[in-house]
Write a new protein. Structure first.
Length: 372
C-alpha cells in the first residue's frame, strides 16, 4: 500500500476493509481503461501477431504474409482500417474486463492468500522504490518458504484463468471475424460454459498466467530486490518492465500464443464448419510440417512483442507509478460520499434521543425523550 494511501487513510472515516475495496476497484478500473485504449490503438499489430502465430503463414517471408493478411479488406484489396473492422462491442468490453478483472482477481487472491498463510503481499507502488536492505529480517523455515512459493504460483494462475474466461471468446472472434465465428459457434453446439470460455481456452489461460506473473510478480520482485537502489525511478521501472516483458514473459508466452493460433486453425479446418480441438493432433501436425519453428521463431517472437509489449510491458509502470497518483483523490471522494450518507442518519438519531425541556418560570424541567 502506498504512502499516499496511508496518509489519507489516517484522516479517513472509512473502515480499513472499505478503503481496501475502494483501492482495489480503483486500480482495476484504471487497468481496464488503460489496457482497452492501448489494445484498440494497436489492433493492426495484434492482427499481424495473430497471423504470424497461426498455420496460415509458412515458408519464407512469413512476416510479409502476415501483414498482407492483416490488412485484407475481404474484397480482394487492402485497407488500413481492415484490422479495426473485426472489433465488435464484445471486444471493447472484453479488453476492459480483461485487464480490470486480471488486476482485481490478482489483488484479491494475493491479499486473501497472504492473510490466510501469514506471508507478505506483493510489493506495490512506493514500496518498489524502498531499499530492501532496510526490511525487517524474519526467520524463514521450510513451511514459510513453501507458503510464499504457493501463493506466488496460485495468484497469477487464478488471475490468468479468470482473465481468459473474460477475454478468450472475444479474441477468437477477432481472429475469425464476427460472421465466421458465429457460424462456428452454431455448428459446435457447445454448452453455455464452453461457449463462454471460447475455443482453445486452455492455452489462452496458460499464456495469460505467464503474462500475469510477469507483470505482478516477476517485475516488481526483481525490481525491488535487485535493481540498483540509486537508479530507481519511474523511468527505470518503465524500461525494466518492458525488458522483463520482452525477454522473459514473451519468450515463454510465444509458444502458447502459437499453439493457440494453430488450435483455432485446427478447429476451422475440418470437413465441417467447425470441429472440437484435439491438442495432441495440433502439436503433432505443427511439428511434422515445420518442426520447432511452428511454435517459436524470432519473427513470431518479434510480432508478439509488438502486439503485447506496449500494454503488458508498461503495465507494471502504470500500476505502480501512475495509479497511486490518484489514490488520495479517490479515497477523499469515497470518504465524502460516505460522510454524506452517514450524517443524515446520525442527525436523525441524535434528535430522537436528546431530552426535551420545558421552561416554567425561571426553572427548566427535563422530560423524557419522545419515542415514536
Amino acid at each position: 500500500m502506498s504512502t499516499e494511501h496511508e496518509r489519507h487513510g489516517r484522516n479517513n472515516e472509512l473502515s480499513e476493509s472499505v478503503q481496501s475495496a475502494t483501492m482495489m476497484t480503483y486500480r482495476s478500473v484504471g487497468l481496464g481503461v488503460y489496457g482497452a485504449a492501448i489494445r484498440f490503438v494497436g489492433m493492426p499489430l495484434e492482427k499481424i501477431a495473430l497471423y504470424m502465430n497461426s498455420a496460415q503463414v509458412s515458408g519464407e517471408n512469413q512476416l510479409r504474409q502476415a501483414v498482407q493478411l492483416a490488412f485484407q479488406d475481404g474484397k480482394g484489396g487492402s485497407s488500413f482500417l481492415a484490422p479495426y473492422k473485426v472489433v465488435g462491442p464484445a471486444s471493447g468490453i472484453a479488453w476492459f474486463l480483461q485487464y480490470s478483472v486480471m488486476g482485481m482477481v490478482f489483488q484479491v487472491v494475493d491479499k486473501t492468500l497472504s492473510q490466510a498463510m501469514g506471508v507478505p503481499v506483493m510489493p506495490y507502488g512506493k514500496k518498489l522504490m524502498e531499499n530492501p536492505e532496510s526490511d525487517v529480517r524474519e526467520s524463514s523455515d521450510l513451511v514459510t518458504t513453501m507458503k510464499s512459493c504457493s501463493k506466488i504460483l496460485l495468484a497469477p494462475v487464478i488471475a490468468g484463468m479468470v482473465e481468459s474466461v473474460v477475454a478468450n471468446r472475444a479474441e477468437a472472434q477477432r481472429y475469425f471475424g464476427i460472421h465466421k465465428f458465429s457460424q462456428m459457434e452454431a455448428a459446435l453446439k457447445w454448452n453455455p460454459i464452453s461457449k463462454m470460455c471460447g475455443p482453445a481456452y486452455l492455452v489462452n489461460s496458460s499464456r495469460n498466467l505467464i503474462m500475469s506473473a510477469t507483470s505482478f510478480v516477476i517485475t516488481p520482485v526483481l525490481y525491488r530486490k535487485y535493481f540498483p537502489q540509486e537508479q530507481k525511478s519511474q523511468g527505470t521501472l518503465f524500461w525494466f518492465g518492458l525488458g522483463v516483458n520482452i525477454f522473459i514473459g514473451n519468450v515463454v508466452a510465444i509458444t502458447q500464443q502459437a499453439l493457440w493460433g494453430r488450435a483455432l486453425d485446427y478447429a476451422a479446418s475440418g470437413t465441417t464448419v467447425a470441429r472440437n480441438i484435439h491438442y495432441k493432433s495440433v502439436i503433432q501436425e505443427g511439428l511434422v510440417k515445420e518442426g520447432k519453428s511452428a511454435f517459436f521463431t524470432m519473427p513470431k517472437w518479434a510480432s508478439r512483442v509488438l502486439m503485447n509489449a506496449p500494454v503488458q510491458g508498461t503495465l507494471p509502470w502504470f500500476y505502480n507509478e501512475i495509479l497511486p497518483l490518484g489514490e488520495g483523490a479517490v479515497l477523499s471522494a469515497a470518504n465524502s460520499v460516505y460522510s454524506q450518507m452517514v450524517k443524515p442518519s446520525k442527525n436523525s438519531g441524535s434528535r430522537s434521543s436528546v431530552p426535551l425541556t420545558t421552561e416554567i418560570g425561571t426553572e427548566k424541567m427535563a422530560t423524557s425523550p419522545i419515542k415514536e
